[in-house]
Design a protein around this ligand. Structure first.
Ligand code: GLU
Length: 470
């Protein structure tokens, strides 16, 4: 089994490309085959080196490893010409001399007559005299593949089952080479996949029509086509195709790396968008490869779901040791934790680990340990309603002998206070938490009070008590 990913470096690395790469890699890994990488950079104007770098960087980060060297399509021009020449000599391809103006006129007519739009194969059977006249005129030309009589192009798609597309729906004889010698995508792909000995081509289902054209090219060249599988595209919940243009950087890989997602989580999430091994939900690439079965790839559209990705990321973050977590957090940390001793730092980080969807969430979970934040308007009513809780707590915490070092004892004291005031849950904890941390949720209250320390806790409590509106 030989599979490949063949991205075009014309934009940032899209999640869909990564997912296609993963399924191809899984296919190869599951059978001890080879997974290759071909860069489809023949579009000289749109292909950019910065995108190539981004693709390679993204694959490396995600642990997508390819066999051998990355192949650049732009360096393979010489491979295509002999195949073009052969098709021309066998009359399976021909020069088309139609000018852009003529083609515009043709389309206008087709629209006016409510006919299917597409090239009308007008240059297919030009007489030698007509060709000679165009040549004398100095007209430029392109090479088109002769699709012949209308017929169904069929293949057995690994994901979608039996497929059939009629040649009449391919928009006329397709161009395979431009007048400047540059071959077009569908032709280059066929020659490359053939020469690279690809056994399987898995790609997005936006390539279905291309596949029909490519099979026609394989047939014309008299070579056998690989096995095809077309993967469902990724849509957002509002049923729009996930794209950089519409959805911005959520469609690309860089955002997730920059924000501190674990590559294993993104890989696992992307595989799972259209695949289930029926047993585990959380698995590494190697593990998924063991029993990867392409029959289990879903035909239905995949849905981009950030909550699900966050769930995966939390699962993978939970597996990190404290030391590993600290190392990952370091580049994102805006605050200096050194004001706490080692044990306190560990207690704090461990207490908020579960609240992080990604490493860059760290600062928003630490703010109130380092800065005074205003209390949001919608939370102030809890301060007003809990004024007596705050007063009682203040009495308790301002006692000279109150021990701030023992988080568990502080929590016990708050619980005891609740019993005394006959308050529990939100009525007891929210006024306290909001007063000392400006928010309604966070890690263990005993720990928060212990870490903030006497001076800060009493300062925030008294400030809130002074602001109470009755
Ligand atoms: N360069 C094509 C793309 O990025 C690849 C299609 C294929 O896999 O053949 O969509």
């Amino acid at each position: 089994m030989r599979t490949r990913i063949a991205p075009s470096p014309t934009g940032s690395l899209h999640l869909g490309t990564v997912r296609t790469a993963l399924y191809n890699q899984l296919l190869a890994m599951s059978t001890g085959g080879e997974f290759c990488f071909r860069l489809e950079d023949t579009d000289r104007t749109r292909s950019k080196e910065e995108h190539t770098d981004e693709i390679i960087r993204g694959f490396e980060w995600l642990g997508i490893k390819w066999h051998g060297e990355m192949l650049r399509q732009s360096e393979r021009d010489s491979h295509y010409q002999e195949h073009i020449d052969r098709l021309l000599s066998e009359n399976k391809a021909y020069k088309c001399y139609a000018t852009p103006e003529e083609l515009d006129e043709m389309r206008k007519q087709q629209r006016a007559n409510k006919e299917q739009e597409g090239y009308d194969n007008r240059s297919r059977d030009l007489s030698p005299a007509a060709v000679a006249a165009y040549e004398t005129e100095g007209r430029s030309w392109v090479i088109r593949l002769n699709l012949g009589q209308d017929r169904d192009i069929q293949w057995d798609d690994v994901v979608r089952g039996p497929m059939s597309i009629n040649t009449r729906d391919l928009g006329g004889d397709p161009i395979i080479q431009k007048g400047n010698g540059q071959v077009l995508y569908n032709f280059a792909v066929v020659v490359d996949d053939y020469e690279m000995q690809m056994s399987h081509v898995f790609r997005g289902e936006d390539h279905l029509t291309n596949t029909a054209k490519q099979i026609a090219i394989y047939q014309a060249l008299g070579i056998s086509a690989p096995i095809f599988g077309h993967l469902p595209l990724i849509f957002t919940k509002d049923r729009a195709k996930l794209s950089k243009r519409k959805h911005g950087d959520i469609a690309g890989v860089d955002k997730y790396r920059n924000e501190g997602y674990l590559p294993e989580a993104l890989v696992n999430y992307l595989i799972a968008t259209s695949y289930s091994n029926g047993v585990d939900e959380v698995y590494a690439l190697d593990h998924a490869a063991k029993d990867f079965n392409p029959d289990r790839i879903s035909k239905s559209p995949a849905v981009y779901d950030i909550d699900k990705l966050n769930w995966y990321n939390r699962e993978y973050m939970a597996k990190l040791s404290y030391a590993e977590l600290m190392q990952e957090l370091q580049p994102y940390l805006k605050y200096d934790l050194a004001k706490f001793d080692e044990a306190q730092q560990e207690a704090l980080i461990e207490a908020i680990r579960g609240n992080l969807n990604k490493f860059s969430d760290i600062n928003q979970n630490l703010v109130y340990f380092f800065e005074d934040e205003p209390i949001e308007e919608k939370l102030t009513k809890f301060i007003d309603e809990g004024a007596n809780v705050l007063q009682e707590l203040y009495k308790l915490l301002s006692a000279d002998d109150f021990d701030y070092s023992d988080a568990a004892a502080i929590k016990d004291a708050i619980n005891a206070l609740g019993e005394k005031l006959e308050l529990k849950g939100k009525k007891l904890f929210w006024p306290i938490r909001i007063a000392i941390s400006s928010r309604s949720h966070g890690p263990d209250l005993g720990l928060v009070i212990s870490l903030l320390g006497r001076e800060k806790v009493l300062e925030r409590l008294s400030q809130c008590m002074n602001s109470v509106r009755s």
